[in-house]
Design a protein around this ligand. Structure first.
Ligand code: ZN
Length: 84
């Protein structure tokens, strides 16, 4: 029996846990803008936070689908294409 087989249950557990997380809360905080919805920079003049350009990843919502959910969407689309 190859040694990597011993890790399969642990990996399966992690994948299942991640899948469950994606199912419970498919939308997470956008990693690109950390939930701001835009690029944030500190103004050099006033020292205040300034909203920059709207985040392209989440379209300014500050929330983005988790990677796992995107994989699910892709699989669902493939499934739909295959069964038309
Ligand atoms: Zn964003």
């Amino acid at each position: 029996m190859p040694a990597w087989l011993e890790y399969v249950p642990a990996i399966a557990l992690v994948v299942l846990g991640y899948a469950a997380l994606c199912a419970v809360s498919p939308v997470g905080t956008c990693r690109k803008c950390r939930g701001w919805g835009a690029a944030v920079s500190v103004s050099r003049f006033s020292g205040r936070l300034r909203r920059g350009r709207e985040c392209r990843r989440c379209n300014g919502h500050g929330r983005a689908f988790r990677v796992g959910r995107r994989v699910y969407h892709r699989l669902a689309r493939l499934h739909g294409d295959a069964h038309r």
